[in-house]
Design a protein around this ligand. Structure first.
Ligand code: HEM
Ligand code: HEM
Length: 417
């Protein structure tokens, strides 16, 4: 299926990623009364959650005034572990209880996806009781009891709630190899994994990026390199401009989607290498496009004038800068695929298949560009170089009718732009 990457690659990428990132029901929806005994949710192969709602004798489950919840999180390994209360399944903005072996579970605000953003709540908010974290027979067990409705905090209700779980690799608080979000209905005991939101937006971002940098920009480069193999009526410059303008429009859309969804998710802008490279590429592409629009003019055809030094420097800079941007694009798309895979828990198998398809495609594209550079170097000035047909419009002597847009071309005797 991946042996013949073609223009269908973005669709394939979308289909593969979609097909493996739908979430399955994870929990044992048991028929226990979770106000009387511990209920259980197996959140992953190595992470188990037990919980019980404590209803004071002077209230009901419906009113649940001053109810508390006792939780027990068990991870098959020794590491920090956490249960958090959220709203949309995203880490940022959630409120966590984190247990680090050797300490006591405490409450934290998750304000960013870095260790600095995991902020311990003030002492006045540290209201957990019966809190402990221990390593027993190779398992880390965190226990605590939390008031379900606390001032200025996300409320835990007796119905549907969005929780998150995570565990690290050691006692040191850091990135988590295991994490997820889940809906837990405390009345019915049913739990389902919550799909991380905005998947279509990030997929659209990736597909637009791929169409721009994996297809259109390489085609634009090749239309210049293979210019004298093109049919006479298809001036290379028109192709070059059309491919690049469409790629630029897609890049603007791709960038806008990325920035607006990063803001919507409360995450910081331009923090990781993909985000920074994306900002650099967008800025550099704007400069490259402006450079193309305001390029130094060519001498008038047949005037015998030489190209100015300024024009020669511009041509060199334009192609080198374009090639460098294309290389950045190849790297950037690979990083993007990896970010997407982590964010939406795409299986390693699918991720590696998509990556193979991606690099096969990029390999083919790069080979054509390298061939084109070689071809454009060896091509000699021969009569066929002059095969550019001067723009004709209906009713002119040439009698050739070509679309008016094709007439809007600046060329020299060599057919070069
Ligand atoms: C030192 C602490 C932490 C660091 C450095 C960290 C870092 C990150 C990073 C880089 C991501 C994006 C990559 C990915 O999707 O895996 C992420 C996502 C996530 N984290 Fe954390 N995290 C920390 C603590 C926590 C805690 C305490 C929880 C809650 C129990 C949690 C739950 C999640 C969840 C559910 C996601 C996926 C949803 C999303 O993208 O917002 N993390 N984290
Ligand atoms: C050359 C092409 C690309 C450019 C210029 C680009 C640009 C960007 C930028 C600027 C951001 C961050 C916005 C901000 O910080 O406010 C971003 C984020 C992101 N991009 Fe791309 N991108 C490209 C390709 C891709 C591809 C192919 C994918 C694959 C689906 C992808 C997936 C993502 C994801 C998942 C994020 C969010 C990162 C996070 O949550 O940490 N990108 N991109």
């Amino acid at each position: 299926m991946y042996a013949h990457p073609s223009k269908a690659v973005p669709l394939l990428l979308a289909a593969c990623i979609y097909s493996t990132s739908t979430f399955a029901e994870t929990s044992t929806a048991d028929s226990k009364d979770c106000t009387k005994e511990m209920c259980e949710s197996q959140l992953s192969d190595d992470f188990l959650l037990k919980y019980k709602i404590n209803v004071p004798s002077d209230t009901t489950l419906e009113l649940c005034d001053k109810c508390t919840i006792s939780m027990e999180a068990i991870y098959d390994g020794e590491a920090w572990l956490s249960i958090a209360v959220g709203t949309d399944g995203l880490m940022i903005g959630s409120e966590a209880v984190i247990g680090i072996p050797g300490g006591v579970p405490l409450k934290y605000d998750l304000s960013s996806k870095s260790v600095e953003g995991i902020v311990q709540m003030p002492d006045s908010a540290q209201t957990l009781t019966d809190a402990s974290v221990e390593v027993i027979d190779g398992q880390t067990v965190m226990k605590f009891t939390k008031i379900m409705k606390e001032a200025d905090e996300k409320e835990i209700t007796t119905d549907a709630n969005v929780f998150l779980w995570a565990h690290g690799t050691s006692d040191a608080l850091g990135y988590h190899p295991g994490r997820s979000s889940f809906d837990l209905n405390l009345s019915s005991g049913s739990a389902t994994e919550v799909s991380i939101p905005d998947m279509s937006a990030w997929l659209a971002h990736g597909i637009m990026a791929f169409l721009a940098w994996g297809v259109l920009v390489p085609f634009a480069v090749n239309s210049s390199l293979f210019r004298d193999l093109l049919p006479t009526r298809l001036p290379w410059f028109n192709l070059h401009r059309a491919f690049n303008s469409t790629a630029f429009a897609l890049l603007v859309a791709c960038f806008s989607v990325a920035v607006s969804y990063t803001a919507k998710e409360g995450a910081g802008h331009f923090k990781n290498s993909h985000q920074r490279m994306g900002l650099f590429m967008t800025t550099a592409t704007v400069l490259q496009v402006l450079g193309g629009v305001f390029r130094p003019k060519l001498p008038i055809p047949d005037s015998g004038e030489e190209r100015t030094m300024f024009r020669k420097v511009w041509e060199r800079k334009h192609s080198l800068f374009g090639a460098a941007l294309l290389a950045c694009g190849f790297w950037e798309m690979n990083e993007g695929i990896q970010l997407f895979s982590i964010k939406y828990s795409v299986s390693e198998n699918t991720e590696s298949k998509v990556c193979i398809a991606y690099w096969v495609w990029i390999g083919i594209i790069s080979a054509t560009v390298i061939l084109g550079v070689w071809y454009s170097k060896i091509r000699k000035k021969k009569p066929s170089d002059l095969k550019y047909v001067p723009p004709a419009v209906e009713g002119t002597d040439s009698g050739v009718v070509i679309p008016k847009m094709l007439a809007d071309v600046e060329v020299d005797a060599d057919g070069q732009e």
